[in-house]
Write a protein that binds this ligand. Sequence first.
Ligand SMILES: Cc1ncc(COP(=O)(O)O)c(C=O)c1O
Length: 398
Amino acid sequence: MTSNHERVETRLIHGGDEFNKTKAVAPPIWQTSTYKAPESPEDFSALAASINPSEFYARHGNPTNKQIEDILATLEGTESAVLTSSGMGAISAVVLSQVKAGEHIVAQSSLYAATMTLLRDVLPKWNIEVSFVDQTNNGEFEAAVKPNTKLIYVETPSNPLMRLTDLAFIGKLGRARNIITVCDNTFATPLNQRPCDFGIDAVVHSATKYLGGHSDLAAGAICASKQIIDDSWKMMILLGSSLASFDAWLLLRGLRTLSLRMKQHNDNALRLAKFLESCPTIERVHFPFLESHPQHALANAQMSGCSGMMSFEMKGKTDAERFERAQRLIKRLKLAANAVSLGGVETLVVHPASMWRYHYTDEQRKAAGIESGLIRLSVGIEHIEDLIADFEQALSEG
Ligand SMILES: Cc1ncc(COP(=O)(O)O)c(C=O)c1O
């Protein structure tokens, strides 16, 4: 896919314009499950056999998806892209399309919880082996590679611990050993980090988050070479995780303002992270753009901003005390709502130790480094002074 527009802000507004064949400035919602055949029967059978057609059948695609896919491919600097009905739809489609029984995956051990469940619990049932490594240690990735390693899966910054993976190292390792590399870029967005610039083969997104940006849709995306995208599309239509036209329309609308939103998320989060770091009741703040983050230099090398994501740990003498303090703080916050998900215009907080029991036993959670007092924070685009005041009042009560 190509775009004549050089700069990100312009691509977000005009990328994929050619897929809107109507005169409508805001493209219509293609609320139809099927499309009439072209004049010739040969053309119709060719359409039926084509990959990602825009006007054939709803599960196979629609014109709005095409428009968005063009924008996302140019944003991530890839040849092609495909949308899915959720981030997990994207992750499942790309992984399942590239790996088969008897092959091996190397993945980092700090991952979004559902991705972890897919890799740790589901793939081994199909005789796909997965080795988990510490993402902050390049040598562990290299040491885990086997002759049958087909894919390396990373997520940076990782959810919820904000650990970074060295993308240039992973890109080089993958290229040298002929292994496909996949990076979840949900937290950073292509405005702050472009994994394929570092040699990564495929990028996945939960577009439910920053790309949509308004907490009103679920969507996912894969950006990669045409070959990987075609393979993923073929898997995606069998899994049934196609993006519906109304959610695609909302996603396109959200994308228009991505560059403006990310500037405010980046600025607000840095200010709030510095404030939280100065609070005596907080043990530590996980935010790569703070100098205290152990991978601060790597953040500067591969990211231009950190988005609105961070996590922090409450102080406390015992596990139970830290758990209770985290829950108490969340209750006292007035602007920041207690809800899962992230990347929307509004500030959200969540307490992983109490909320992620579906995916982790207490032992697995602790082994993953998710402490009882940890709070994950998605900083919105409210006025920063109002956000600081909200945390100040909530923390002042001890
Ligand atoms: C980093 C990351 N990747 C993937 C996902 C899954 O996205 P979705 O909920 O859209 O399936 C999430 C969801 O929170 C996430 O945080």
